[in-house]
Design a binder for this molecule. Structure first.
Ligand SMILES: *[C@@H]1O[C@H](CO)[C@@H](O)[C@H](O)[C@H]1NC(C)=O
Ligand SMILES: *[C@@H]1O[C@H](CO)[C@@H](O)[C@H](O)[C@H]1NC(C)=O
Length: 163
């Protein structure tokens, strides 16, 4: 019995550590819509473009990593490519980020970098957007589907003048 415990403890500890390291999250469409609008203040006029691109790039999976044909990799929710805006293994690129940090469930850094990419290159940086979202008729109507109000509730709740 005693030896069994001695074996079990390290196994259990390793299992727990393993679970903690996964840190991935698969969002639901409306959940991410509300997070982007209410927590990160995304402009509602473009939110359906962002959601459409994330759906086609990562299927809303924060830990997705894709190997590209040219040996580069795309990381995370926004599938940010390892050549240009981040570098593998250490901070770098135009966003000064480690690419691996884009594949955990903390999406704040991904968002900051994706916004910078969009400002510099537009949505066409993303092949998934180009392929499936450029035609505006394909964009989801999130106002209806996700009950997105025209005034962000968190803003008015915090007392901003919204009129
Ligand atoms: C998310 O992506 C990771 C890495 O590609 C994969 O292991 C995991 O199964 C995916 N999660 C879901 C829910 O699809
Ligand atoms: C590799 O392919 C990706 C995705 O198409 C692209 O963003 C990146 O610039 C390419 N890198 C090089 C060095 O060609």
């Amino acid at each position: 019995m005693k030896t069994l415990c001695l074996w079990l403890m390290p196994v259990l500890i390793l299992l727990l550590l393993g679970l903690k390291q996964v840190e991935s999250k698969k969002y639901q469409r409306c959940e991410l819509t509300h997070v982007l609008v209410e927590k990160y203040n995304f402009d509602k006029s473009f939110i359906s473009n962002w959601i459409c691109l994330v759906e086609h790039e990562s299927e809303l999976n924060t830990s997705k990593i894709t190997n590209m044909e040219n040996k580069s990799k795309n990381y995370g929710l926004f599938q940010i490519n390892s050549r240009g805006y981040c570098t593998e293994g250490k901070k770098g690129g135009q966003c000064n980020k480690k690419c691996e940090d884009f594949s955990n469930d903390d999406i704040g850094d991904d968002i900051a970098c994706a916004r910078m990419i969009q400002e510099r290159e537009g949505f066409k940086y993303w092949k998934g957007w180009e392929r499936s979202c450029r035609n505006q008729q394909n964009l989801p109507n999130l106002r209806v589907l996700c009950n997105l109000r025209s005034q962000s509730p968190s803003r008015s709740a915090r007392g901003f003048i919204t009129g």
